[in-house]
Ligand binder design. Structure first.
Ligand SMILES: Nc1ncnc2c1ncn2[C@@H]1O[C@H](COP(=O)(O)OP(=O)(O)OP(=O)(O)O)[C@@H](O)[C@H]1O
Ligand SMILES: [Mg+2]
Length: 222
């Protein structure tokens, strides 16, 4: 489903990965951990091909970083759901329009849009806020909307980069519970985080980046 094979990647200012290997199976719920600066966010961006490897290859959702064409990038990204620490909602559109916006590019009927938006909002418990503006929502509510937006196109893989970074511990737990529920329906989930409380509490596969160069530990927690 997602593999990194001998991936090397450097920013102009510094090398990040030298020979990175990773293999995430369909249906996995996993955490990507590692100290600040080890490259978690960089790895996530290599998955959605915001960056391309300098050597080696990334394969995800049937696309390969070596062979994908620029015009195919939007199709790859439509197969992925991406969640950020700072939510990245469109602040000048209400909740409904934030979600419908993602669907409208796929050319489906308005009736179907309405059904899908209602379904994902119900899933995250915020159907009653569908006409609210993002500015009137709490951080936890904003993140639930961002999750709804991430899953509305039925992605095969959800990537979350510090999804709980701006939230209090209790709200963070709620966000993880929602991601687990999505995972239980078959969606693969990868969460980059340095929130070790959350990692300790939740059984998951763990990938650890060390010194930014290698994924050294793959452990299973119970
Ligand atoms: N666009 C960029 N250009 C140059 N260097 C960058 C860029 N983005 C990140 N870096 C550097 O690359 C290294 C890895 O950054 P990255 O953001 O991937 O780490 P991270 O593990 O996500 O850290 P954090 O836990 O703080 O989010 C850091 O030293 C960072 O300063
Ligand atoms: Mg980061």
């Amino acid at each position: 489903m997602l593999t990194f094979k001998n991936v090397a990647f450097s920013y102009p200012s510094q090398p990040i990965f030298a020979d990175l290997n990773l293999n995430i199976e369909n249906g996995e719920f996993s955490f990507l951990i590692g100290k600040s600066g080890t490259g978690k966010s960089t790895l996530i961006q290599l998955v959605y091909m915001n960056y391309m490897p300098d050597a080696g290859e990334v394969t995800v959702a049937g696309y390969n970083s070596r062979t994908i064409k620029r015009k195919e990038l939007p199709y790859l990204r439509r197969r992925l759901g991406i969640i950020f620490q700072d939510f990245k909602l469109l602040n000048n559109r209400n909740v409904y329009d934030n979600l419908a916006f993602v669907l409208n590019v796929t050319g489906i009927s308005q009736k179907e849009v309405k059904k899908k938006v209602s379904d994902v909002l119900t899933d995250v418990g915020l159907y009653h806020r569908r006409f609210s503006m993002p500015g009137s929502l709490s951080g936890g509510e904003k993140q639930r909307i961002a999750i709804a937006r991430a899953v509305i196109n039925d992605p095969v893989l959800v990537l979350a980069d510090e999804p709980t970074g701006n939230l209090d511990p209790e709200t963070a737990d709620e966000i993880i519970e929602i991601l687990k529920k999505i995972n239980s329906r078959g969606t693969t989930i990868l969460i980059a985080t340095h929130n070790y409380e959350i990692v300790k509490k939740n059984p998951a596969k763990i990938y650890k980046l060390e010194d930014g160069k290698a994924l050294v530990a793959v452990t299973k927690q119970k």
